[in-house]
Design a protein around this ligand. Structure first.
Ligand code: PMP
Length: 437
């Protein structure tokens, strides 16, 4: 496939890796575990699209629910009006959180969910008379989308640099939890680094807790290379946030909806945030949608508005009927087809297969948790990302879709993957790695 004239503007937003423009691979259809490219080749989906297709592509029940929805109610405003499936989905989602998160705010994407969560945190403190609690804390190498809120708390310097003067003020970043011990080759949570959560104490000493609104972290950082928190780290963060009256926000845009074999990462780590965001798997990637989950007292404070002024918040596409239809059908499948059990049953096999790549040329670390694997390659001198990008193109041409971020290969297949397909994925990847210069 060669780039077509006029496509560069379209491809540009995707070119975190500049080479991408030179060889765009085209996907033209998808079913189950496989994409098809424009030459008709089957491509095994090792990434669930962009972490967002847990139930596999063209899932028949989702397709028919969305078709039915578009033919019945194509759009409904969510201001002053409602429609039944938005409420039904909210109720079902509440149950999916074990009933602890009473309210859900719908958004159109993960980035909007993050910005909404940050607004809710600030409004909550203000409504409780703590108007000085405005500082936000993210984490280095955190990724929270491309909105101004998400960029501000995100920990990717390159994403922030151009916009620094316009980003939120009063934002600090905790250290990331990676590379404390190189080449750890960990399954599940590494044993080191719980003390890194104590960095929060340093920020509290510096700014005073009465000025800090919230800490936001991804339970497992995905987009920046599969960074798994050390054992006890999230629990410690929870303890410190509670101690200082700081809200803890989990960004579960990637980890939500079964990626770790549990409904949410908070279930996996047994740590409850005050607010959490989701998107991606919520609608199986079919219709864009994000959602922010909050506890009742936080919801009520946000909705009460500041200083008696009614608050305005919401998006044109909040609770879109098609997205709600896709979300409801997805939850049906999760519940009726035992998807979490299926994910749990193959996670060990998947992780073993990933760790079997150890010893192949250039592989310097492998990290796995649930159905996520990060395989870190040594960078070519002065060319960060080039080696992994080559692995990506070769794997694609050999019929396997992998994702690369810098020189880290991230794998996150649909949760319906079976052992044979796991063998196929890692067989192709290992052949690629064996021949990679
Ligand atoms: N938060 C996290 C943790 C993400 O991984 C992403 C997307 N990869 C986002 C937020 C942004 O989501 P979206 O691209 O839907 O805006």
């Amino acid at each position: 496939t060669t780039p077509k004239d006029g496509l560069s503007a379209y491809w540009m937003p995707y070119t975190a890796n500049r080479n991408f423009k030179a060889s765009p691979r085209m996907l033209v259809s998808a079913e189950g575990m496989y994409y098809r490219d424009d030459a008709g080749n089957a491509i095994l989906d090792g990434t669930a699209g962009l972490w967002c297709v847990p139930l596999g592509h063209a899932q028949p029940k989702i397709v028919s629910a969305v078709q039915k929805s578009v033919a019945t109610l194509d759009y409904a405003p969510s201001f002053q009006l409602g429609h039944p499936s938005a409420f039904e989905l909210a109720e079902r989602l509440k149950k999916y959180t074990g009933g602890r998160f009473s309210n859900v705010f719908y958004t159109g994407s993960g980035s909007e969910a993050v910005d909404t969560a940050l607004k809710i945190a600030l409004a909550y403190h203000r409504a409780r008379g703590n108007a000085t609690r405005t500082r936000l804390i993210g984490r280095e190498r955190g990724y929270h989308g491309v909105g101004f809120g998400g960029m501000s708390v995100g920990g990717i310097g390159g994403n922030r640099k151009t916009f620094n003067s316009a980003l939120l003020q009063g934002v600090d970043h905790l250290p990331h939890t990676h590379n404390l011990e190189k080449n750890a080759f960990t399954k599940g949570e590494p044993e080191y680094g719980t003390h890194l959560a104590d960095e929060l104490e340093r920020l509290v000493a510096l700014h005073d807790a009465s000025n800090i609104a919230a800490v936001i972290v991804e339970p497992v950082a995905g987009s920046t290379g599969v960074l798994i928190p050390p054992k006890g780290y999230l629990k410690r963060l929870r303890e410190l946030c509670t101690k200082h009256g700081i809200l803890l926000i989990f960004d579960e845009v990637i980890t939500g909806f079964g990626r770790l074999g549990t409904p949410f990462a908070s279930d996996y780590f047994d740590v409850e945030p005050d607010i959490f965001t989701t998107a991606k798997g919520l609608t199986n990637g079919v219709v864009p949608m994000g959602a922010v989950f909050v506890k009742p007292e936080i919801h009520d404070a946000f909705m009460s508005g500041p200083d008696g002024i009614e608050l305005f918040h919401g998006y044109t596409y909040s609770g879109h009927p098609l997205a709600c239809a896709a979300g409801l059908a997805s939850l049906d499948i999760f519940e009726q087809e035992g998807i979490l059990e299926q994910a749990q049953s193959v996670a060990g096999y998947f992780q073993e297969a990933a760790h079997a790549l150890r010893g192949l040329p250039h592989v310097i670390d492998i990290r796995t948790i649930g159905l996520i694997a990060g395989i870190e390659l040594e960078s070519r001198p002065g060319k960060v990302g080039a080696r992994a990008y080559e692995a990506f193109t070769r794997a694609f041409d050999d019929g396997a879709l992998i994702r690369v971020t810098g020189d880290i290969i991230a794998l996150s297949p649909p949760l319906i993957i079976n052992k044979q397909q796991i063998d196929e994925l890692f067989g192709k990847l290992s052949a690629v790695l064996k021949n990679l210069a």
